[in-house]
Design a protein around this ligand. Sequence first.
Ligand code: C2E
Ligand code: CA
Ligand code: CA
Length: 837
Amino acid sequence: MQDYFDALLHSSVFGVFIYQENGQIVFANKRFCDILGFESESELIGKSILEFLTAEEQKEIEPIIRRRLADERFRFELNNHYYKTKSSSLIPVSTFSYTIDYNNKPSGLVLVLDRRKEISNQKLFFALSQINQLIVRVDNEDELLRETVNILVDKVGYIACAAGYIDKDNLFRQIYTKANTQELEQALSSLTIGTDPNTPYGKGTVSRAYHTKKVSLISNMDKMPYTSYWHSYLKTFNVNSACTIPILKFGKVEYIILIHDSTPDTFSEDHMHLLEEISLDLSFALEKIEKDHFSNLITTAINNGFDFVIVTDDKFNIVYVNDRVLETTGYTKDELIGKNHSIFVYCEEPKEFYDMLTSGKAYSGVIKYKIKDGSLKDFIVNILPYTKKDKITNYIVTGKEVKDQDKLLEELEKALNYDSLTNLLNLNGFRGSVKRFIKRASYEKQLGALFIMNPIGFKSINEAYGFEIGNKVLVLIASRLRSFFRAYDVIAKLESDRFGVLAKDFRSEEDIVALASRLMLELSKPYIVSEDKIQLSFSIGISFFPKDALNTQELFDKAYIALSDAKQKGENQIGFFNKDIQEQTMKKFKVLSELSLAVSNKSFVAFYQPYVDRYKNISGAEALMRLVRNGQIVPPVEFIETLEKSPYIIDAEDIILNQVFDDIEHYKPKVPISINLSLKSLLKRNLVQYISSQLHHRGLPSSNILNIEIIERSLIESFDYIKRLIEEFKGLNIHFSLDDFGTGYSSLSYLSKLKVEFLKIDISFVRKLDDPETKKIVKAIITISKELSIKTIAEGVETPKQFEELSSLGCDYFQGFLFYKPMAREEFFELVRKHKV
Ligand code: C2E
Ligand code: CA
Ligand code: CA
């Protein structure tokens, strides 16, 4: 046994230490020193382990230390917590502790498992999977970089990340920079980093990755030369690890991703294969984007519904023509490719025409084309500049021959405002409608919502099934939109595969959110074309008039921003420009999924807050729900509203109820405990039988141990039911308190009809006692309660003055920070044990 123990103490896997009084370390092994960043054991001896814990964890661990030193024997395991190192970075660890005898004294033995490697691996796997998903959905370099940076910081959790390129002065130019705080983001983005090894800022990971075309990392800044140039940045923001991932395009380093993290050893040689894989994946994506670029151009043109397509480069030299061009003009392909678009022009083209196009604007109109035999033909054409990284790279000319001169005007009007494929309005026509709506809605105070919708990866439908099928799908989408929206909503097909809808005349933004989710369901049903069943996902962006914008341009811009937001979120997502709406829905979603997890992991605990009588003696306590998140205690403000609306409230309250029973059984307190029950739990079938059998099972006396707090709202909704419940519980000697009295639909008349034992005067009254009106109300509540033999408890008593005034008004009990805050079970029962009642 002794050998075994010795082996353990000198383990190279586990950090081991032993503590005695006040958590003072009396033994530490080498591994533990390494974990905390100390050179030798002697440096650690004499320090208290509490110094290495965060404030919250100190609170949790202190009672454990006390119990061990009082020679209580038990095992305690803590996963997912942190130790602070000598240089105050946080190290994720799991600990296992026991009580042992050491030098003839009861002591704590703690085994510490360093979880850095495990967590770094998890993080990198997660990063890799996220980046893989990203690669599938992005179609431009900009988005690839921006999203990679977002993923690494927001989702994976590294503290900072920058994406950029090496400019002609050998400096790292950051295009996107992101960090978990604004200060850090600012600092990183203004850092000078280069690749010339002769400069003091040219020897870091960026430089090495650039020159070797391989991932380069620093696992621990402390031990690294060449980083002194950035010393103050690294120290200020506690950056301890760095990693640079090069992204190559056709063998050349095109972009650089730099990641910083605070945990030392986040990146190590062990992770090299994962990091290299990220580098390869991103490089692959970059090349794919480049190759897709051209096919993108053609798709855009053809999905615009015109049959004649010419693509030129930025100088109007023709790079692509489709067969219809050859048919209508009589030229062969060879005669056109490489020639300038002016080959078709019968005389000099107006300068304004080119000025307009080169400034990035689209052109629509009728142009006379000179065809091969020298004759002139009228074409209705749209010319669209195609931009990449803010530079025009191509022009796309789509056109249609005008055969009947008489119909020219009509056709022109149609071509200008309608999409010839779907017969919906086109972008131009849609803009006009939106403009007219805004003009009218401004004084009619109407609400409008602009939807912009885009099937995801439509290009691949074109590639896989051909344009004909692709176009049929677009027509089907158009008809689904037509039947989904009301007749007075405006529906349009915008550029390429995008659709727009202006929804008018609805009551609130929330209605539109609901409408949009239904629309998403409708759109994502499969499309049947000939024999094929085609499944599409969509992104929808929505902006609101007048909330987001008061003019047409802004409303469009914001809907586009919302659309790209939706795209970032993944498939079948709806984005809003208005972040309030978005954040609320997102937040609720996050909280809900956390709550569902918390229910299955039983991560709810009861804290206890005593209340006192006029002599400040503890007369009882209220059990208040807390959520445990990563070892931290989260108060109800953050979740109770969502929890109460969800079905999880029943299980959560059941967990609390069981803890309270366990605690009563174990500690046998001398005062009653109140629990808060929501209407959902109160309505649970067999509640009375359940509680009664629990009492019986555990051999607890039923009198004066449990009290149930209900809020007024529950009464309003189910008065008769609750009335009966109160009677039934009375048979078990369990009484009720009416909580938050006076906040809602308070009606004193309820009081006479219900036999409750306590009434809790809401904190809002206590806060406003200085106001004479409020004081009058409180006095009335207390007087009537006395007449009905109901005892009053004032909530939220924070000052001696409030206590005195409430006392003199005849209030019976007082709960509030002036006396006690809610506390963990050990602390509370210890307090009651010592307290005379
Ligand atoms: P509540 O039932 O009115 O509980 C009293 C709240 O007032 C507690 O907040 C308590 O910490 C706080 N409080 C007590 N004294 C003072 C004071 O002097 N000053 C101030 N500012 N606050 C004081 P807590 O624990 O955050 O709980 C908030 C609410 O969450 C509770 O209000 C209750 O409505 C709800 N809640 C807590 N546990 C449960 C539960 O198990 N079930 C349900 N349905 N709701 C619960
Ligand atoms: Ca309460
Ligand atoms: Ca209350």
